[in-house]
Design a protein around this ligand. Structure first.
Ligand code: ATP
Ligand code: MG
Length: 721
């Protein structure tokens, strides 16, 4: 390919960047301005014009998927293979170096990476061995501490503990590290730090890599942390050239140690020149204006202009849903319209703030038979904490469920070790018994004694106790009781950090799922619990749509970074959800939430829907939510409010996505959604929701004075007004 072709399809600024002399450079630009595209063309330029071999190029992307895409795009551009090029995430590339130099890194050849769950289990074992109270120093908090220190590049010897609490954390960090080193285990943060150290401590090795990679390129630079930055600096040395691209307005991983300041530091430390790109090629003028105006509310920005020659396009549609079910129904309806126009599902994305929001949306899509794929995450019913909780319920429901037994016998830890579990398995095999009965029999025959026997006996009584206590409760209460009394909730509450919080949210969301579940009429189940468990088993059995299937893309706002879709939905844009509750009193976190909103809006190419629910049952609680402040920050001329055209399409909660049945049942109550009603005691309100039929029917009213209440229709004596 000749050189001019490399510059085709680029604007002047982009060309300047692609064809820049070999020097350190920062491309600072807003969303959709072609930063990633410039990086791809730059790699091609280096190879075609500067005669760089693919072996001399080191490119860092944010995800493995982005790396794959970038490799393909470079190959398409230069029309040849770039096999020898190093392209991947910081973790992936560091891992590669560690594998190649494990002995310099003082790791066994067979060293293993442990994920965060393995890490927690290890810490728990360690706490026990050291006789440290894991209620005072929960494993999750310890792992968070260790991770944060490693991200800062700090080993135990580099840390001065100022108080007793930190002294203890430090002691555990030290012991943890020794244990990992002995066993040849490496956690995620360790991969980066260890790689940094091995290069830093081995002059010849460092020189080897510095010589090999004169060209270093980094995408999404605004989200690098301290170790990653130090590592880049090391690899770059004095002579190599680093091109970073980034957008300070899209820095959304501050909570995980990313440092926006790295952008400024880079300019100084690397004496880098800045090139700004200002033309956006992704979105309509309306979407861009909304994003620009919103982000202008943040302080301390590096300042950028972003404009487009694109069409004004459609306004952003804002939908005020009655509640989360109505929101899901609305979104799925719009997706169906899109599909009916002959367009592809893969071009649509639903973005949300927290993983727990996906369940309602997933169910709505399953019901309508719309394929979907959860990106960078798991389907609701496949998440660890949900499987834990369901396993308790399964075991209560059916003692022969061996898989459930195995899953929860020692979760949370109750001192039942592998040895005892091994004995139970053996007995089960020999006597062809389910594990539960095998455990019973071992205890009765006194083949298990001492601590192990006690622990297993109390597990058996726990399950029996849960069963007795929940016999007469409604499904949601059953789930709640099991989650609390099994110790699962306490276990996750004792942990710290974003992940633990999301697990707790998910558990609460499971209770919510139970309260919204009603047995399908046409099937026979011995109890609502067994009906629910079958429903869940079927749902999780559907399996994830394939990467290449035509499926709606569902993901958190965080995992949407760098991507683009013609049609985007942002769901749950409410105060308390987005911005999240935790960020309300913290201006830095609030600004990070606003950047996240900017990321969300700028994913949309043609059309953006934003929805918020006036009432949302999430994490087990029904709450009224005001629309997010971010909506007010979008100029009026960019939005249109979607009016509800058909008020009675809102289905019955029990069977909430099948309109036919529920509409009839709802009409029985004589009220419509959104209708104003008067109650003798509570005064005026609006009908938000309803469930059940006949004498069982209940309505949810949002009263002007007293807020939302569920009332039994036949008692409430509501008057339409
Ligand atoms: P983000 O900040 O979201 O990562 P970005 O700055 O990396 O965005 P790209 O993803 O590289 O932006 O580009 C956005 C879209 O604009 C892509 O579809 C890309 O192909 C297109 N694009 C970029 N530059 C041009 C150009 N000069 N002419 C036409 N299309 C372009
Ligand atoms: Mg990009």
């Amino acid at each position: 390919m000749d050189v001019s072709e490399l510059l085709d399809g680029l604007n002047d600024k982009q060309r300047d960047a692609v064809a820049a002399p070999l020097e350190n450079m920062l491309i600072l630009a807003g969303a959709g301005s072609g930063k990633t595209r410039v990086l791809v063309h730059r790699i091609a330029w280096l190879m075609q014009v500067e005669n760089a071999s693919p072996y001399s190029i080191f490119a860092v992307t944010f995800t493995n998927k982005a790396a794959k895409e970038m490799r393909t795009r470079v190959e398409e551009t230069i029309k040849s293979s770039v096999g020898g090029m190093w392209i991947g995430t910081f973790h992936g590339l560091s891992h590669r170096i560690l594998r190649a130099h494990h002995s310099e890194a003082k790791l066994p050849e067979s060293f293993q990476i442990i994920d965060s769950d393995d890490q927690l289990r290890m810490i728990r074992r360690l706490l026990k061995a050291l006789n440290i109270d894991d209620k005072k120093w929960p494993a999750k908090q310890v792992s968070w501490y260790i991770g944060a220190k490693k991200d800062e590049g700090l080993r135990p010897k580099d840390i001065k503990a100022y108080d007793q609490n930190e002294q203890m954390l430090l002691r555990i960090y030290t012991a943890y590290q020794e244990a990992c080193d002995r066993a040849g285990l490496v956690d995620f943060a360790e991969i980066l730090l260890r790689c940094f150290e091995v290069l830093n401590n081995n002059a010849s090795l460092l020189r080897h890599y510095q010589d090999r990679f004169p060209h270093i390129l980094v995408d999404e630079f605004q989200d690098t942390n301290t170790v990653q930055y130090a590592w880049l600096k090391l690899l770059a040395g004095k002579t190599n050239n680093v091109m970073t691209v980034g957008d300070d307005d899209q820095s959304i991983y501050g909570w995980r140690g990313a440092k926006i300041e790295n952008i400024r530091r880079f300019l100084e430390d690397f004496s880098a020149n800045t090139i700004r790109l200002e033309q956006n090629y992704r979105s309509t003028a309306t979407i861009l204006k909304a994003a620009n105006t919103l982000i202008a509310n943040n302080s301390e920005r590096m300042g950028k202009n972003l404009w487009t020659e694109g069409n004004k396009g459609d306004p952003i549609s804002i939908y005020a849903a009655f509640n989360e079910l109505d929101e899901a129904r609305f979104i799925v309806g719009k997706i169906k319209e899109w599909k009916n126009q002959g367009k592809n599902l893969i071009d649509t994305a639903i973005l949300y703030r927290s993983n727990a929001q996906s369940r309602i949306l997933e169910e709505a899509m399953l019901h309508e038979g719309i394929q979907y794929r959860i990106y960078g995450g798991m389907r609701f019913f496949e998440r660890q904490e949900i499987k834990d909780a369901l396993s308790y319920l399964r075991l209560v429901n059916n003692r022969q469920d061996d898989a459930a037994f195995e899953r929860v016998i020692n979760t949370p830890t109750r001192g039942i070790g592998n040895k005892s579990i091994g004995l139970i398995r053996e007995c089960a095999r020999n006597e062809s018994l389910p594990l539960w009965y095998a455990a019973h029999s071992l205890i009765e025959q006194k083949q298990l004694t001492g601590r192990a026997a006690n622990a297993i006996s109390s597990f058996i009584s726990l399950i029996t106790h849960i069963e007795t206590e929940i016999k007469d409760s409604v499904l949601a209460e059953q789930a709640k009781f099991a989650i609390n009394h099994s110790g699962l909730m306490a276990m996750y509450q004792a942990e710290k950090g974003e992940k633990a919080r999301s697990r707790i949210e998910n558990l609460e969301e499971l209770i919510n799922a139970c309260s919204q579940f009603e047995l399908p009429d046409e099937e026979d189940f011995s109890s609502p619990l067994s009906g629910f468990l079958s429903h869940v088993a079927l749902e999780s059995g559907e399996g994830q749509a394939d990467e290449h299937d035509d499926a709606v893309q569902m993901m958190t706002l965080h995992s949407a970074k760098g991507l683009e879709f013609p049609l985007v939905f942002m769901a749950g844009v409410e105060e308390g959800m987005f911005p999240s509750q935790q960020s309300h009193d913290d201006s830095e976190r609030l600004e990070e939430e606003r950047r996240l909103c900017y990321v969300g809006i700028t994913r949309a190419m043609e059309k953006l829907f934003i929805s918020h629910a006036e009432s949302r049952r999430l994490y087990g609680q029904e709450k009224q939510h005001a629309p997010s402040r971010f909506l007010r920050e979008i100029p009026d001329d960019c939005i249109e409010e979607v009016r509800i055209k058909t008020q009675v399409t809102r289905p019955q909660a029990s069977n909430r996505f099948s309109n036919a049945v529920s509409t009839a049942a709802f009409e029985e109550t004589g009220f419509k959604l959104g209708q104003r009603v008067m109650h003798k005691k509570f005064g005026e309100g609006i009908v938000l929701n309803y469930e059940g039929s006949g004498s069982q029917s209940r309505v949810q009213i949002n009263f002007l004075d007293v807020g939302s209440k569920w009332l039994v229709t036949s008692f409430a004596k509501l008057q339409a007004i």
